[in-house]
Design a protein around this ligand. Sequence first.
Ligand code: NDP
Length: 246
Amino acid sequence: MSNLVNKTALVTGGSRGIGAGIVRRLAADGANVAFTYVNGKERAEALVKEIEATGRKAVAIQADAANAEAVTAAVETTVAKLGTLDILVNNAGIGTFAPIDQATLEDFDRTFNVNVRAVFVAIKAAAKHMTSGGRIINIGSINATRVPFEGGSVYAASKAAIQGLTTALSRDFGPLGITVNNIQPGPVNTDLNPDNGPFADFLRTQMAIGRYGTTDELASFVSYLAGPEASYITGASLNADGGFKG
Ligand code: NDP
């Protein structure tokens, strides 16, 4: 596929998991891609080499999403190294799960800093560079609306905030020809939620198709929303969740 040739993208949290799948797919579709990571330097560098071997440019940027200056700098570095910014994928996210009597204010603040504040900061920085045809894609979670287990309040609230941000920002960006959407995955096999982890069997019972999603299945949805054919979709929270009923 080549529908993203001459486009540039920034994927936050792109060194592993869903983010790495998105980096690979956008590059395969023709885009030059920057991505952030926080700890996994070696893995990030290996991904850069992998993408460069396909003839696309790739840039790995260490930037903790909890640090607003680092997030803004990641956007500026992307533009400096790749020339422009057409596609922003806010994927970096963390999950802290604990029932309300054990959940801490620190959990809440860290989760909201990474899952919500960083998204706001990245979009503000990207807005200075994006032009008509631009794409902002947030990775929320089906847990924004469906939580069939206890202990998910902080994570679910952070992902529900992404729904509201997406809905409202589509109004700010609509007149500029830039779309803003929110993909809400169900369980996807990554380090965050391994398909052989302690919750996996229960989660499978909650899905119509009874299995975890793959990072490729999420990346293909991102690719579609990032491309020219998705120009009439904005402000939407779209589930890719295997029919997660919650
Ligand atoms: P992983 O934990 O597998 O990967 C997280 C990625 O984000 C890594 O590249 C990691 O970098 C990076 N990252 C983590 N913390 C930060 C931070 N503070 N700043 C910058 N980068 C960071 O997660 P997933 O791939 O599973 O999740 C990706 C997104 O999808 C998240 O927003 C998550 O909430 C959402 N999601 C995931 C689901 C799932 O079942 N997996 C379901 C629904 C939503 P490093 O390698 O340096 O640690």
